[in-house]
Design a protein. Sequence first.
Length: 106
Amino acid sequence: MPVIVENRYYIRAGQEAAGLATRRAASRARAAAGRPVGRILLPVDADESGLTFTWQCEYPDLAARQDDATWADASPEFSAIRANMGTLLARFERIVFVVDEESLGY
């Protein structure tokens, strides 16, 4: 069953460009390691929630998602990028979804 991860980044005021640059660096590190890169989603309209951007990645199943999370935790380069991002965040949310495969047949 496919799994989709959404990381929602709420970057501190004035740090938005640095936050986006850091997320892009994370994507480049993932690509260099042969990991799924995912995609960065930018909101069309700013709203009061403060959401700056979302990173979304799809995996074939939960085991692939867990393998990727294990890699991220073990990678010194990725861990350094993650630590830098932590200094820029006002708030962070991660939501893990499974795809309702029954709905794919509509």
